[in-house]
Design a binder for this molecule. Structure first.
Ligand SMILES: Cc1cn([C@H]2C[C@H](O)[C@@H](COP(=O)(O)OP(=O)(O)OP(=O)(O)O)O2)c(=O)[nH]c1=O
Length: 192
């Protein structure tokens, strides 16, 4: 694995695991503390790109460091589904996604050692089977959906609901690896 001067601006264990999968170990991890609320009337794509960029800028960069941040959100039309705030919110999200095609938008932002920020967006179409009340009850009881955009984890039991996925599986889990690798290469990181 390559040790880098990469800073992962994320508290998401999934982002760290996905990076490790392509042999990248950040030199340090920093929490990008910020308000993730959409602006009034903000559309999903600009929203997710704005938040990923803000997260990258939210952590301090020492000389020579490269910052990587991401943001993942679910879009149903112009509706933005972030992480459910409570069980009722989770149920509302799952009922909305039941039997519907939706978009999982995953934005990545990399700030290189000169301070230049670059972004990429992955847009994945996901279609779920219709969910019964029993499906939703069992899923809520599993606790898997909390802390996940749209209230589900494709890397978990929600994978069994996926009728179709067109795009980036890693993007849905939280960090689209194709786009991430391209950005890190542009930032001059020595990748294997
Ligand atoms: C749709 C989906 C999302 N997720 C996760 C990825 C992200 O961690 C989370 C979306 O929230 P984000 O705000 O993108 O990320 P985060 O708050 O977890 O971490 P940080 O801002 O510190 O980087 O949902 C899954 O793990 N599986 C899925 O299938």
């Amino acid at each position: 694995m390559t040790e880098t001067s990469l800073v992962l601006a994320s508290t998401s264990p999934r982002r760290l695991e996905l990076l490790a999968r392509i042999g990248i170990v950040p030199a340090r991890i920093a929490a990008p503390d910020m308000d993730e609320d959409p602006l009034p009337g903000e559309a999903p794509r600009p929203y997710v790109l704005r938040v990923a960029t803000a997260k990258a800028h939210a952590v301090e960069r020492a000389p020579g460091e490269v910052i990587l941040a991401g943001d993942t959100t679910i879009a149903v039309g112009r509706r933005i589904l972030g992480k459910p705030v409570d069980e009722a919110d989770l149920r509302r999200m799952l009922a909305l996604l039941s039997g519907r095609r939706h978009h999982c938008l995953s934005a990545v932002c990399v700030i290189d050692a000169t301070g230049k920020a670059r972004t990429r967006l992955s847009d994945t179409i996901v279609a779920f089977k219709p969910l019964s009340t029993a499906d939703i009850d069992a899923y809520v009881a599993s606790g898997e959906g909390m802390g996940k955009a749209g209230g589900y984890a494709i890397q978990g039991r929600a994978e069994a609901w996926v009728r179709l996925l067109s795009g980036s599986h890693s993007g849905v889990v939280g960090l689209p690896l194709f786009e991430t690798r391209a950005l890190l290469t542009s930032a001059g990181l020595p990748l294997a």
